[in-house]
Structures are given as structure tokens and as C-alpha cells.
Design a protein around this ligand. Structure first.
Ligand code: FE
Ligand code: CA
Length: 454
């Protein structure tokens, strides 16, 4: 067998005692034959794995063998538990005589721990729009955990503005096409490096299925088949704990780091209908946790611009696809967080923004109840934005940057720091990284100061 580890390795879903280890065997990543995804034979292939305390694998703490099944495109999701909290581990796979690259992962902190957690937030990485240089810099930071807030792939193709070739496929709509889209994206070495550097906790936005879709889409059987195919392909390419069932996939979940941070990861697409962004069950889960959470920082990890964003000019001035289309639901979430407030990380808009969360977004004098930090995206091209006019029309918005990049932060018992990291260009390789600005906030004092402008 040729090298089947062309898609790299990954880990994710860190708990204090365990992680998920992932790989997918593919000797030919974007193989044309739907009956042989990844060029693999239509039979189970045993994959052995090792987890070690050290990079040289001299102290193996767990090992085993998983079956890579054709029904799941020869992906494997190994659930490892019984590990130490807040600890680095290294892992690798073997199939036949071929050895995978090694990955580094890390468990979450013990519930009583007060150690600061180092995290990154990435989003929006349309392959044909640029190079994943920002992800290479993210990998070099070796954060404790990486959150991805969606548009990991784009189901469509924009050949007219391509700076690199996606390949022959147009819009993905079948399981085979979605699989090959993920495989194409994962042929990028910087994306593989970012997965190998740290455990990921991803959530999705729309383009993992279809632009701006909500819930059941048009309600047709054809759309539900397409969505089920997209969700299956998503699972097959991410280090998730749960697998799809009955055409759905449970994505909303909490990932906690000690007594410091609750990362409340939301699904803003699957349970959505004309009136509700999250659906009743997810909203109830979220607001209950916001009311009861004993940790220092309650952090929403989700794709869509959360704060009010009035765009001057011809209507529509508010974007219905985002939280401005669900203002009552947004108010209920802010109210549930109460005086201890919340922090929101989002993406989707292909520009970087930061601002205060207001008790009443229409009243600039109302209480500040937290902050939102919007990741600009790894490659996806931004829309034309009159940022000066938007900032002027929304006094709670305080920062804009139009470059590609990601968020890099630290949440600790005394402060939460969020740095906007950016590359000057993504249309050719090897851009250096810079910190554009950094915001710092303290618990119970929820106005974040722009540290670099002091
Ligand atoms: Fe996007
Ligand atoms: Ca989006």
C-alpha cells in the first residue's frame, strides 16, 4: 500500500482525562471513483495507534488498534481516556508498514485548576482564495486548544478569483464530492500542521453544507439527503466525539478549562428555523449553563456576528442571517449571563472586529456586559466594507482590521487577553505574522482595554 497518511493526523475534544485521535487513510486524496474514496480498497483496514508522553515515543502510555471502515471513508476516531489533566501527549498511527506523522495533543485542565488556558480561534478558509500561512503561524504557537468557528470548507468554487486551483469539482452536493472537498483542503501542509500542533474543537457555519442554509433548508428530501452527506463528510474529517445519527450531528457542547473558562460551542445552523437561531433545546442548554456556570469566563464559540451591526446605506441595514435577525433570542442569552457577563468569539464576515456587548444595543449609555471578538478568517476574501461608517454608526464596535488572520488568547483567573494576529497577504505563500492589537479584560470589569493603543 502507498502512504495512506496524506491527510495528516488530528486530535480534538479535550477533556481533563481524554482526547479523540483522528486520521483518515487515503492513498489518493481526491480519487475520482466514488466507490473507492481516497483510493482505498472497499474493505476494513486495521490502523494501530500509540500515545506517548514524549515526542520521541520512548514512554508509550496507551496503544491499540482501530478498524478504518469504508463506510466512514476509512477515517478513525480513537477515544483515549484515563489521561492526566493539563498534560501534553504525542500520538501517531501505523497502517501496514506506513507510519503517520506525529501529532501533539493536550488534555483539558482539572476542574479545580486555575492555570491560564492558551487558545486560538480560526475561521473561513476558502482554499482557492489563498494560502494557509496564518495556520502555520497558529501551529507554531502550540496553543492548548484551537477553536474553529466554521467555513472550514466551502461547498462552492470561485474560480474567477482563485489564487490556487481547487481542482475540477464545482459545487459539492454528494457524499463523494464533500469527501473530496475536505481531502483537497487537507492536502495543504499548513492546515495539517495546525491540526498536528494542538487539539481542535470545531463548529460549523453554513458553507460546510450550503451558503446561508438554515435547519432543514427548503424542507425537501433532496436537501436533507445533501445535508446528511455533508454532515457525514464533516464527521469523517474532524476529531469529533460523536458521530452522525439519523441525518443529524450533535455539535453544541461545553469544553471547560479548570475553574477559569467554559467554552460554550454553538451550532447556529442545524436547529435553526424562521424564528430561532439555536432551537429550543440548544437555547435551554446554553442559558442554563450561563446562569449556573461557576467559572471566571463564560465564552460563546460560534460563527455569527453577535453584536448589533447597523450598516449605513440602503436597506437592509441589519443582516438577517446573523444575530441581528434574532434580537429577542440574543437578549435572552445576554440576560441569562447576568451581571457576570460573557465573551463571544465569532467569524463569518471575513474581517476582524471587536466591540462591547451592551445590555441594550440601541442605548450607548446602557451597561457593557461583555465583549465580542470576530476572527477575520484564514483566507476567505472580505466583502467591500466601509469600516469607518460602520464604526461610526455602532459606538459599541471599537476595532476593525481588514487583513486575514486569527485570534490568539489567554484566559486566566486575573485577566483575559485576546490578540488579533494577521498576515499582510494570503495570495502568495510565506507571509510573516504580526499582532495587530491586543485587548485585555478583567473579571467583573467587562470593558476590554485595547492594550496596544495605550
Ligand atoms: Fe466564510
Ligand atoms: Ca459563513
Amino acid at each position: 500500500m502507498a502512504n495512506p497518511f496524506t491527510l495528516g493526523v488530528a486530535s480534538g475534544e479535550p477533556l481533563p482525562d481524554g482526547v479523540i485521535l483522528w486520521t483518515r487513510l487515503a492513498t489518493s486524496p481526491t480519487h475520482a471513483d466514488p466507490a473507492r474514496p481516497g483510493g482505498m480498497p472497499p474493505r476494513a483496514v486495521p490502523v494501530s495507534w500509540q500515545l506517548a508522553e514524549d515526542e520521541r515515543f520512548s514512554t508509550i502510555v496507551r496503544e491499540g488498534t482501530a478498524q478504518a471502515l469504508p463506510a466512514w471513508a476509512h477515517s478513525v476516531h480513537v477515544r483515549v481516556d484515563g489521561l492526566r489533566p493539563g498534560a501534553d501527549y504525542y500520538y501517531r498511527f501505523r497502517a501496514g508498514s506506513e507510519l503517520s506523522p506525529a501529532g501533539r495533543t493536550r488534555t483539558a485542565d482539572d476542574p479545580a485548576a486555575t492555570r491560564p488556558v492558551r487558545f486560538a480561534v480560526a475561521s473561513c478558509q476558502r482554499y482557492e482564495h489563498g494560502y494557509y500561512t496564518a495556520l502555520r503561524h497558529l501551529a507554531a504557537e502550540r496553543p492548548d486548544v484551537v477553536f474553529h468557528v466554521g467555513d472550514y470548507i466551502y461547498e462552492s468554487r470561485q474560480a474567477d478569483v482563485a489564487v490556487r486551483r481547487l481542482g475540477s469539482a464545482g459545487a459539492a452536493a454528494t457524499l463523494h464530492a464533500y469527501r473530496n472537498r475536505y481531502a483537497r483542503y487537507k492536502t495543504d501542509p499548513d492546515l495539517r500542521a495546525a491540526h498536528a500542533a494542538a487539539p481542535w474543537v470545531p463548529t460549523w457555519d453554513d458553507h460546510e453544507v450550503l451558503n446561508n442554509y438554515r435547519g432543514d433548508g427548503d424542507g425537501s428530501a433532496a436537501f436533507l439527503r445533501r445535508r446528511a452527506a455533508a454532515y457525514q463528510a464533516y464527521y469523517e474529517h474532524q476529531p469529533l466525539r460523536v458521530r452522525p445519527r439519523d441525518g443529524g450531528l450533535r455539535m453544541y457542547r461545553r469544553r471547560s478549562y479548570g475553574s477559569v473558562a467554559d467554552f460554550l460551542v454553538l451550532d447556529a445552523r442545524q436547529h435553526r428555523d424562521g424564528t430561532a437561531m439555536l432551537g429550543a433545546a440548544q437555547e435551554q442548554w446554553l442559558t442554563a449553563r450561563l446562569r449556573e456556570s461557576p467559572v471566571t469566563w463564560r465564552i460563546l464559540v460560534q460563527p455569527l456576528f453577535f453584536s448589533r451591526r447597523f450598516v449605513p446605506g440602503p436597506p437592509p441595514n441589519l443582516r438577517a442571517d446573523s444575530w441581528d435577525g434574532h434580537q429577542a433570542e440574543r437578549d435572552r442569552i445576554v440576560a441569562a449571563a447576568g451581571p457576570s457577563g460573557l465573551v463571544v468569539f465569532s467569524g463569518d464576515v471575513h474581517n476582524a472586529w471587536a466591540g462591547d456587548l451592551k445590555a441594550d444595543f440601541l442605548d450607548p449609555g446602557s451597561a457593557t456586559v461583555g465583549a465580542e471578538f470576530v476572527a477575520s478568517g484564514i483566507t476567505s476574501r472580505p466583502p467591500v466594507t466601509d469600516s469607518e461608517a460602520v464604526l461610526a454608526a455602532n459606538p459599541h464596535l471599537r476595532f476593525f482590521d481588514g487583513r486575514r488572520g486569527y485570534l490568539s488568547g489567554t484566559a486566566g483567573p486575573a485577566e483575559l487577553r485576546v490578540a488579533f494576529r494577521a498576515v499582510d497577504f494570503a495570495d502568495r505563500p510565506d507571509a510573516p505574522i504580526r499582532t495587530v492589537t491586543e485587548f485585555v479584560g478583567e473579571p467583573n470589569r467587562l470593558t476590554f482595554e485595547n492594550a496596544s493603543s495605550k
